[in-house]
Ligand binder design. Structure first.
Ligand SMILES: Cc1ncc(COP(=O)(O)O)c(C=O)c1O
Length: 395
């Protein structure tokens, strides 16, 4: 089938929930993709910050094959060796104490929200409200869409899940005004991803930590998009001198195999007992066999330093592009946003026609989230294609 055939069948049979580009990638290797018509693309989308090690990396292909020949699934009625090993790696690298496995970012956040509420319930304290931020994104389940601070994701889904109080990002005074004796947790993205690659101030995160400590509130970091090496730190919070009580992960953790995780320190984790939360597929053999290999690579200090170096190089190069439509470049490591004074939809289409895949983060922000394994030469190639696209973009 060619692109057109796949698209026509998809439009007929697949539920109409995604605004898709008119191509169907069928093969990937490293930072490259090929569509069903044989056209090659340099992929700076990386499955939306998922394919941390690139497409079809040998190490993951082998891990998946090895595990596929042994055992796929037994359920969490029994102990699962690769799950236990991945939990150990996550605990040792995060400084947190316990891990719950699931299959996606929204599920990881659901688990975090449930844990925060149950933690106080078990202590006999009536706290169940979660403070969340305007412009945030936490997922598409009804609870995580309620936590999300963007109306467009909530429209038509009311009644929403109660108990989320929205306030302004990077505004400590606003947070202070919002907390009450009912506040169980504050949930924050260290960099708002879908909200436009909008980084939290380091001091704001440190202040939130203190505010939580002083008021017996749990601090939850949603690192679904920015965790797993994306910022040049394995966990984004490791770029600041602090740690949250709970952190949610997904995207990069499986390098493309669906997996999510919620990590918590011992204090927060004591909220859950057997029967409190579960997921049929959570942490199964295939997902965790892959996850073990992903984190073994991502947690190497040289790998993370390389991500920082490449991120700085790309940031500086983007900043030097002379185009009056560019307002500024923001982000950290290899999650970068170029803020334009107009919508970037057409620019993205031009890039795609030239063989460069990029995406948006809100209407005006061009988002670059390539595989963390991207080479300097590929970064240069992407910059050259982007400049060509900008020259052609008459908007
Ligand atoms: C910060 C953040 N949280 C949660 C999610 C939801 O993850 P998923 O689509 O895997 O449910 C996303 C997805 O983009 C995200 O960026």
């Amino acid at each position: 089938m060619n692109n057109q055939d796949i698209m026509a069948k998809g439009q007929q049979y697949v539920m109409n929930t995604y605004g898709r580009f008119p191509i169907a990638p069928v093969k990937g290797q490293g930072t490259y993709l090929w569509d069903a018509d044989g056209k090659q693309y340099l992929d700076f989308v990386g499955g939306i910050a998922v394919c941390a090690l690139g497409h079809s990396p040998q190490i993951l292909v082998e891990a998946l094959n090895r595990q596929a020949h042994e055992l796929w699934h037994t359920s969490n009625l029994y102990w699962i060796q690769p799950q236990v090993e991945l939990a150990e790696k996550l605990v040792k690298t995060s400084g947190l104490d316990k891990v719950f496995f699931c299959n996606s970012g929204a599920e990881a956040n659901e688990a975090a929200i449930k844990l925060a509420r149950k933690h106080f319930y078990r202590r006999g304290i009536e706290k169940n409200e979660i403070i969340v931020f305007n412009n945030s994104f936490h997922g598409r389940t009804l609870t995580t869409v309620s936590a999300t601070g963007q109306k467009k994701y909530q429209e038509g889904f009311k009644p929403l899940c109660p108990g989320f109080i929205h306030t302004d990002f990077n505004d400590l005074a606003a947070v202070k005004k919002t907390i009450s004796e009912k506040t169980a947790a504050i949930m924050v993205e260290p960099i708002q991803g879908e909200g436009g690659i909008n980084p939290a101030d380091g001091q704001f995160l440190l202040d939130l930590r203190k505010l939580c400590d002083d008021n017996d509130i749990l601090l939850i970091f949603d690192e679904v998009q920015v965790g797993m090496g994306r910022t040049g730190f394995l966990f984004a919070y490791q770029g600041y001198d602090m740690a949250p009580d709970i952190v949610s992960l997904a995207k990069g953790l499986g390098g493309g195999f669906p997996i999510g995780a919620m990590l918590a320190n011992a204090k927060a984790a004591s909220g859950f007992a057997p029967g409190d939360h579960a997921s049929t597929f959570g942490g199964n053999f295939l997902a965790t066999a892959v996850g073990n290999q992903v984190i073994s690579v991502l947690s190497q200090p040289e790998f993370l330093q390389d991500v920082q170096k490449k991120g700085e190089y790309l940031t500086v190069a983007l900043g030097k592009i002379e185009d009056s439509r560019i307002q500024r470049v923001r982000g950290k490591g290899l999650i970068l946003g170029v803020d334009f004074d107009r919508e970037v939809k057409e620019l993205i289409n031009i890039c795609m026609a030239k063989g460069l895949l990029v995406l948006s983060a809100g209407p005006h922000i061009l988002r670059l989230v390539p595989p963390l394994t991207v080479s300097m030469a590929e970064i240069d190639q992407a910059l050259a294609l982007l400049k060509e696209a900008l020259a052609e973009w008459q908007d």
